[in-house]
Design a protein around this ligand. Structure first.
Ligand code: AVJ
Length: 326
């Protein structure tokens, strides 16, 4: 009986909750403090990100949508090899708004593939599964909930077909340049010669345009950042006072790093479970980087991680690029 009790206690704190707790505590006991933007996407966070994508200032989604809507055949020709069946794996699929144009095109052209969306949000995946099955009859879909590489391993175990990996929306921008390099190297090692990767990059452009996209006057991006504190309060029984933190956004056009912070407005203490975190007035929490790239930054990243560029497609404004690597 005792053993059973212990087991059920362990089962109750599932690995995802444990990792979340450890990550949050580790980040907040660092100097400078930081939280990972990958945790933005709970139910409320998914909703706020949908609102961000609908903001006129947030051009990224429209640009990549332009590519997937109007250059679909070009994308298809870069990722297909004759009639070879393949698995189309999307990292951080979200609502698959852009990729659904490609999915439709491939089904209509009788191409044999399985769509495998990977996302950290189980909530968004179940919505996506229902939506796509209705919108694209005949689509073969397998949803994978979890971290990118765990799920890539799972996809490889499920099928031995050629892999095409989509990493859209400028999601790669949420990594520091060094991390992006390690990530692409890891990706390169987990793929073989016929495989392809399609990565979406937000290009360096007028710095005002970039800053405005992340510093909206309506405060949606601020809420998106603050929502992680709400999530920590709920899931880890913490007591962040949201009114004493303020969103602050920067963009450095030289490095291409667009960064968001939360500023503590007072000296204060926050309790998370049995840990007390002390904030000084004006102390920062580093929340998110949204890295911007030049075309040569992209070339360098591809080459240094072992890939060759097979083709590139830009939107009509030339603000965003989908780069296909082999
Ligand atoms: C989903 C990572 C592409 O960095 O542009 C939007 C997230 N953060 N506004 C981005 C985000 C603030 C977005 N990505």
């Amino acid at each position: 009986n005792l053993k059973r009790n212990i087991n059920s206690q362990i089962e109750n704190s599932s690995p995802s909750v444990t990792n979340f707790r450890l990550d949050i505590l580790e980040g907040l006991t660092r100097d400078p403090k930081r939280l990972s933007s990958k945790y933005f996407y709970d139910k409320k966070g998914d909703h706020l990100f949908q609102k961000i994508m609908a903001m006129p200032e947030y051009y990224l989604t429209q640009c990549e949508l332009d590519i997937f809507k109007n250059k679909t055949a070009e994308i298809a020709s870069l990722i297909t090899i004759d009639d070879e069946p393949f698995d189309l794996i999307e990292l951080g699929a979200g609502d698959a708004m852009k990729s659904s144009y490609l999915l439709k095109y491939l089904v209509e052209n009788g191409i044999d593939y399985t769509y495998m969306p990977i996302d950290i949000s189980g909530n968004i995946l179940s919505i996506l599964d229902q939506k796509l099955k209705k919108e694209i009859p005949g689509l073969d879909i397998v949803c994978l909930e979890g971290e990118y590489f765990d799920m890539l391993d799972k996809a490889a175990a499920l099928s031995s077909r050629r892999k095409v990996v989509l990493f859209l929306g400028g999601n790669i921008g949420n990594m520091e340049v060094r991390e992006a390099h390690d990530f692409c190297t890891h990706l390169n090692r987990s793929l073989t010669s016929g495989d392809r990767v399609l990565v979406g990059f937000d290009l360096k452009k007028n710095p005002h345009t970039i800053l405005d996209a992340y510093n909206d006057t309506t405060g949606i991006t601020a809420d998106f950042n603050l929502n992680l504190l709400t999530r920590i309060n709920r899931e880890l029984e913490a007591d962040f006072d949201l009114k004493s933190f303020q969103h602050y956004q920067t963009y450095d056009p030289v490095s291409g790093a667009c960064r968001s912070y939360l500023v503590s407005l007072t000296d204060q203490q926050v309790t998370i479970d049995d840990t007390t975190i002390t904030f000084r007035e004006n102390e920062l929490i580093d929340m998110e980087v949204s890295q911007k790239f030049s075309e040569s930054d992209i070339e360098e990243l591809a080459e240094r991680s072992g890939f060759t560029i097979a083709g590139e497609i830009k939107d009509s404004k030339k603000w965003f690029i989908d780069s296909v690597w082999k």
